[in-house]
Design a protein around this ligand. Structure first.
Ligand SMILES: O=C(O)CCC(=O)C(=O)O
Length: 224
């Protein structure tokens, strides 16, 4: 079934968020989780408040040295690229984050190294993604999104450039009226509902426009 993302655009917020519940099936979710946890230990980078895996290369200012993407992951990158969210280009990079309950990610912008569209598939648990604006001394909440497991969220325009995003370090989330996609979720939720977090794996699928001419495989094979 082909998806028209315009059907999933959130109307009650500044531009632009698309939220697609059940973007992947339960089997696909299980498949992703199996593959993520099959990765060898050195593939994980451990940070203080989460673990992550990088696929496609490490984005750098002078270009990303590309690395081959595993076939299982390319399938989900293609599923997202086929929505035409990256206009004339396709996804070439995936950041996989693992969050245990109580873990999160600090407020940040994704920066200049990516095509300015963020797409994220959630597996294993929901989370609440928060948006804020303003500088350090004067940060104001903009809105929140409930990211259900198996959903895809697409952030662009002001939600890429103007508002920072974060995931608070909590064991559970109480849904409030700042959560602006409850009517677009697969399940029914009411304001005041508390959702306990479980271990969440997120796939942040993006495009890195600037690539290095060489790739790691060729460098290793040719010694150049
Ligand atoms: O896990 C998520 O949904 C957000 C990840 C994120 O913001 C990032 O890796 O930059």
């Amino acid at each position: 079934m082909s998806i028209n993302i315009d059907d999933y655009k959130l109307q009650n917020v500044p531009n632009t968020i698309y939220y697609i519940p059940n973007f992947i099936t339960e089997e696909e979710e299980n498949h992703i989780l199996k593959k993520v946890y099959e990765a060898p230990k050195p593939k994980w980078t451990c940070l203080k408040s989460r673990r992550l895996q990088d696929y496609g290369g490490i984005p750098r200012r002078n270009g990303m040295i590309t690395e081959p993407i595993p076939e299982w992951l390319q399938f989900y990158m293609d599923k997202v690229s086929d929505l035409n969210v990256f206009q004339s280009v396709r996804a070439n990079h995936v950041l996989i984050n693992e969050y245990e309950p109580g873990q999160g990610i600090m407020a940040h912008f994704d920066g200049m190294l990516f095509f300015p569209v963020i797409t994220t598939i959630s597996c294993g648990s929901h989370t609440v993604l928060e948006f804020i604006e303003g500088s350090d001394g004067n940060r104001q909440p903009v809105c929140n999104l409930l990211l259900e497991r198996r959903s895809l969220v697409i952030l662009t325009n002001d939600f890429y450039k103007k508002y920072m995003h974060l995931i608070d370090e909590r064991d559970s989330d109480v849904l409030d009226e700042n959560c602006i996609n409850l009517d677009k979720c697969a399940d029914k939720y009411e304001v005041g509902t508390e959702l306990k977090r479980q271990t969440r794996i997120s796939l942040t699928i993006r495009n890195v426009p600037k690539l290095c001419k060489v790739n790691l495989f060729d460098m290793l094979m040719t010694g150049k």
